[in-house]
Design a protein. Structure first.
Length: 364
């Protein structure tokens, strides 16, 4: 569908190019025509936008082997699906070319060739850079999930439109190996530079993949958190985001600056069998017990650095179970009878099982 309407629009734009030698998108012998270039660019851009939107929930809206390769390389799709999509894309291009040739009364004028004065090297890198722009747009708008994902087809279509404006006159604006091979097979016409429409998009795809992985390593999400109000993928609001570990490290540094020990209790107490006496920090707050603390009324608040974060001293986020948030007189109260949490008692001096209180009194 995408290539059929794109080819049909190109066919209309090149309707005056009736000679077989002019049966190309570049119209090399007729010179530069801004109206034709704009018409072709709009046909490709809007056709891609509409069909990606329509087929996104069916096939992912993939019509380009270069895009398929990028999604496979980034782990979005599997190998078997990539092979099936590649075959379908080539077959779709051939079918679209044949339909346009059969339906429209003019010669099929949609092949991609280099214009006069454009060298093979220039054409290769024009195709590479234009493809890189399109592929990177797709990775950021469609693969990266956010609240604007549902309108990603608009950005993808506009990306192709911009690329076509730049490349149609010089190379025909392929950016898609399937787009170039279909018309060549149907018309049985091959150019010596046809290979650039395969290698160019492959180079551009590799560049886009490399840059995408580079910014992922740099955790680009942290550069402008909350930019689209997406709490699910905002690393500052969702503790289960892939950068959760970085957030935990940052919080630990803040607490360390306040002289609050964030070392797990197992390490503080020698595996949990040693002295359980809470330690006082220089700021007057008890160091947090990362295993358990007793709240008013005798209910236990069990938590540690792995289970989440809660309010700490001075309003600084800290681990649940922070003894500094509980008044000392409440910490000394024994739990109410019948409460399962009554097996433990927390106090500024000592935290131990209830059945050993007598031993503590005798030792005192």
């Amino acid at each position: 569908m995408f290539l059929f309407f794109a080819f049909a629009g190109t066919q209309v734009a090149n309707a005056k190019s009736l000679a077989p030698s002019e049966a190309t998108t570049t119209n090399a012998t007729t010179g530069f025509d801004p109206a034709v270039m704009l018409y072709i660019s709009l046909a490709f851009g809007f056709s891609l936008m509409v069909n990606v939107w329509v087929f996104f929930r069916i096939s992912g809206g993939l019509f380009n082997p270069a895009v398929t390769l990028a999604l496979f390389a980034t782990g979005a799709i599997g190998a078997w699906r990539s092979v099936c999509l590649f075959i379908a894309q080539i077959a779709g291009s051939i079918t679209a070319s044949a339909l346009v040739l059969a339906i429209f009364p003019t010669t099929l004028n949609v092949r991609t060739t280099l214009s006069d004065g454009t060298s093979i090297a220039q054409g290769l890198f024009i195709e590479a850079f234009m493809t890189a722009e399109l592929v990177f747009t797709i990775l950021m708008l469609a693969k990266e999930k956010h609240k604007a994902t549902f309108i990603a087809p608009v950005g993808i279509g506009l990306a192709l439109f911009i690329a076509e404006l730049c490349g149609v006159y010089y190379t025909g604006g392929s950016l898609n190996p399937a787009r170039s091979i279909g018309p060549c097979i149907v018309t049985n016409t091959w150019d010596s530079a046809h290979w650039i429409y395969w290698l160019g998009p492959a180079i551009g795809c590799a560049f886009a993949i490399g840059f995408y992985k580079f910014i992922k390593i740099l955790e680009y999400e942290m550069a402008n958190p909350g930019q689209d109000g997406d709490d699910e993928n905002d690393p500052t609001k969702n503790p289960y985001h892939e950068v959760r570990e970085k957030q935990r490290e940052m919080t630990a540094k803040i607490l360390s600056g306040l002289n609050i020990n964030t070392t797990p209790r197992q390490q503080q107490m020698g595996g949990g069998d040693g002295d359980r006496t809470p330690q006082m920090g220089d700021n007057g707050f008890y160091l947090p017990d990362t295993r358990m603390s007793m709240m008013a009324g005798g209910r236990a608040n069990v938590g540690d650095l792995e289970s989440g974060f809660g309010p700490g001293p001075l309003g600084v986020p800290g681990p649940r179970g922070d003894l500094s948030t509980i008044p000392s007189n409440e910490m000394q109260q024994s739990p109410s009878p019948g409460n399962r949490a009554a097996d433990f008692v927390a106090s500024p001096q000592r935290a131990s099982p209830r059945h050993s209180l007598q031993d503590i009194r005798e030792a005192a």
